[in-house]
Design a protein around this ligand. Structure first.
Ligand code: IDC
Length: 331
């Protein structure tokens, strides 16, 4: 009898230990180390939605760097980890300006690859942003873009977490039909030579505002999303209407850049306009990444200008825009 009781106690002990080891603690640890990509896998576009590998609707909640030539110090693993673990961020957008005068060259291309490496190690999604801005017309650097995206697609074709954004904000005297669509066709074809499935984000006319125009003649390719950018202090109902029109026409839209500052990246914050935008994005399951991860003395910067930390930020290190945004993303 005593033997049996002893045996029962031992079995119970073994069960408890086994459950303890293989159950909650270690699995939780592994999951935390592996990050969102481990749970959601490769993403794809389905109708207006971004979906994960289980076919469930998925939303990127991200942070965009400022130009990585100016603020390379924020492209570090500890920074991305802080954003992931403390603020619920699942995506990093690496903004690489495309003019030599804005730092474009081999050093920033290397920085992009460094950023992709950290994001991958942390199981985060990462957007490689070809940051067309002052040149207006994306065709101006089309040859470089072709070369760059071929290189990236070859390198990252097996990655589940890499997203390509091929022209940040076309602007000036360019239209969807004449300049942007032909450019997009060329670059998409180039990426697809190596990477058949990765999500590709295409910029839209007027600093990536005219998604309603693009909705009338989107590209025929698969896994494409179209960028809508807004700065809530400047862009309000009129721009939201463009989004509503595009969405109702079935265009898959992604907000790869936004802030609650004005369109200059500075000025007063408009939280109430920002809140309206966020409600709309969540209602439509639209992904977003906020401009920008830096401590520049401008109101869209997410870090206080007096804070020089490049990771490990707590609430007191965040700017008012940072506090507003991370309050929404953190779990
Ligand atoms: C801004 C930066 C600012 C920089 C300027 C020019 O916040 O520090 O001096 O670019 O390089 C965009 C652009 C984005 C802009 C941002 C704010 O994609 O590069 O960043 N903005 O003006 N589109 C609309 C607003």
């Amino acid at each position: 009898m005593r033997r049996i009781r002893q045996l029962a106690v031992s079995i119970l002990l073994i069960i408890t230990l086994t459950v303890g080891m293989t159950g909650t603690v270690p699995v939780g640890t592994v999951r935390a180390a592996a990050g969102p990509v481990a749970g959601h896998g490769a993403l794809r576009v389905s109708g207006t939605d971004l979906k994960d590998s289980h076919g469930r609707k998925f939303q990127l909640k991200g942070v965009s760097t400022h130009g990585i030539a100016w603020f390379p110090q924020y492209v570090n693993k500890a920074a991305f980890k802080t954003l992931r673990d403390r603020y619920g961020i699942n995506t990093i957008r690496l903004a690489m300006y495309t003019n030599k005068s804005e730092g474009y060259g081999p050093a920033v291309e290397k920085k992009v690859q460094e950023g992709v490496k950290y994001a991958t190690q942390l199981g985060m999604y990462v957007i490689i942003d070809w940051h067309v801005l002052s040149e207006g017309n994306p065709n101006k650097h089309k040859a470089q873009a072709k070369r760059f995206f071929a290189k990236m697609a070859k390198k990252y074709k097996k990655h589940k977490n890499v997203i390509y954004e091929i022209c940040n904000e076309p602007n000036g005297n360019v239209t969807w039909e004449k300049q942007i669509k032909p450019y997009a066709k060329t670059i998409v074809k180039q990426i697809r030579r190596y990477d058949k499935k990765a999500v590709i984000v295409v910029g839209t006319p007027t600093w990536s505002q005219d998604v309603d125009v693009v909705a009338n003649s989107p590209l025929k390719a698969k896994n494409i999303m179209y960028a809508l950018h807004f700065y809530a202090g400047t862009h309000k109902e009129w721009n939201q209407q463009k989004l509503k029109t595009a969405y109702k026409k079935g265009l898959p839209v992604i907000v790869t850049e936004f802030s609650i500052s004005d369109a200059s990246g500075n000025g007063a914050l408009d939280k109430s306009s920002g809140n309206k935008w966020m409600r709309l994005l969540n209602r439509y399951n639209i992904s977003y990444t906020s401009w920008s991860l830096c401590n520049k003395n401008e109101s869209s910067a997410l870090i206080k200008s007096s804070c020089n930390k490049t990771s490990g930020w707590t609430a007191k290190d965040l700017s008012p825009a940072g506090k507003w945004y991370f309050n929404k993303t953190k779990k």
